[in-house]
Ligand binder design. Sequence first.
Ligand SMILES: [Zn+2]
Length: 480
Amino acid sequence: MAGKRQRNNRKRRSAKRLRVILLFELMILLLVAGSYYLIARSNKDGDNGKDNKQQVIDNQDGKKDKDKNVDENLSPEELEALKEQERLELAIKEREGLVEEAKKLTLSYDYDGAIELIKSYQGDEGGYEVYQTLVTAINELEEEKKSLVLYGGSYTSVTQFNHIFFHSLIADNSKAFDGDYDSVGYNMYMTTTTEFKNMMQSMYEDGYVLVSVHDLAKQVEDENGKLKFVPGEIYLPEGKKPFVLSQDDVNYYDYMDGDGFASRIVIGEDGKPTCEMILDDGSVVQGDFDIVPILDAFVEEHPDFSYKGAKGILALTGYEGSLGYRTDDPTSPTYEQDKETVKEVAEVLKANGWEFASHSYNHRNMQDKSFDFIKKDTDRWLEEVGSLVGPTDILIFPYGVDIESTMGHYSSDKYHYLKERGFNYFHGVDSKPWMHLKDDYVRMTRRPLDGQAMLEFPQRLQDLFNLDEIIDPERPSKNW
Ligand SMILES: [Zn+2]
C-alpha cells in the first residue's frame, strides 16, 4: 500500500509542477501579447494624429520661412526686381490677350479693326512697335488680309448684291395655317421659322455673308468738301457673297394675336434680345420665335456669316407702336414704361448688329399719297418711333412701292423732304437685285423670300435655293 501511496504522491507533485510551468508560460504569453498590443496602438495613434500635426506645423514653418525670405531676407533691390518680374509677366499676358481679342475680330473679316486694336496698345516701354509679339501679330494680320478680295470675287459691283427681306416669322404653324380667314395671307406673305433656318443654313453653305447697307455704300467728302455716296470696299475671302437682310413690320400687330407669332422683342435673362409669345392659356413664354434671336444664335455659332457683326435692318411702322409695345397710345397704362423699354431693347439690338429703318408711320402707298400726307407721316414716325430707336437714314417703302417710278434721279418734293429729314437709303421690292447709287442717295430693291415667292414664283429663287430643301412640309400648298 505504501508503495502505491508514494507513487501517487510523486504523480501529484509532478502534476503540480506542470501546472506551475503552464501558468508561467501563459503569463509570458500574455505579457508579450499585451506589449505587442500597446506598441501597435501607440504606432497607430502616431500615424493618425501626432505625425500629421507635426507635418502641419512643419508646413506652416515652411511658409513662414518662405515669407520671411521674401519679406526680410531679400535686399530692397532684390525685392524690387521680383516685383518688376511679376509686373512684366502680367504685361506679357495682357498683350497676348490683346492679340487674341484682335484675332476674334478677324472671324468676321474685320482685319482693319483687329490691326487698329493692336496698334492702340500703349505699354511702359512705348507703343505697339517696341513689342515683338504685337509687331509679329500685325504682320500676320496684314498678310492674311492680302488674301481677301473685293466682294469675295463674286461680284464686280455693289449693285449686284442681294437684299432679301421677310415679315414676322410664323413660329407656330398649326395656328397660322389653321384655315381661318387670314391663313391665305400668312401663306402668301410669311415665312416659317423652319424655312428661315433652312434658308440661312443654305446661304451660309453657299458662301453668303451678311453686310450692312452702311458698308455697302458710304458717304465720303469729295474734293470740294461735298458729301457723296461711293461703293463700299468690302473685302472677303475668295468665293464669299455679301448680301443684305431686312425684316418689315417688326411691330407684332394686333391682327396677328393668337396666330402663332411672337408678341414682342424683349431682353432675355442672358442680356440678349429674344422674343415673347403668348400661349392659349394666356401664359407668356420666351424663345427664338422670330428672326432676331434665330439669326443672332446662328451668327454666334458661325461668325464668318457676318461682315463686321452685321445682322439686318428692322423696319418699323408707328401706328401700333414698335417691337410689340403699344407706344402709340398715350392712354395705355404702361405708355411711359413701354417707351423706356423700347429704348432699352433698341440699344441692345443695335449693340448686336441690328439697324432700324422707317417703314413709314401709317403703312400707306407712298406713291399714291400726297406730299402733305408723306410729310405728316414722316414727321410722326420720327417723333414717335425715331425718338425711341434712334436716328436712322434708311427708309423701307410700305408694300415695296417707291415714292417715284423714275429710272433717273429722284426729283420729287417727297424725295427732297425725306432727304431733308435725314433719309439716304431707299428700299423698294423687286424680284432681282437692282440698285442706283447716286451722289446723294442709295436706292436698292429687295427680294421677298415669302410663301408667294416660294410657291408661285419658284423660278425667281433658283439662283438662291434648292426650294425642296427649304419649304416647310407643314406649309399648305398654293391656295390663292
Ligand atoms: Zn410692310
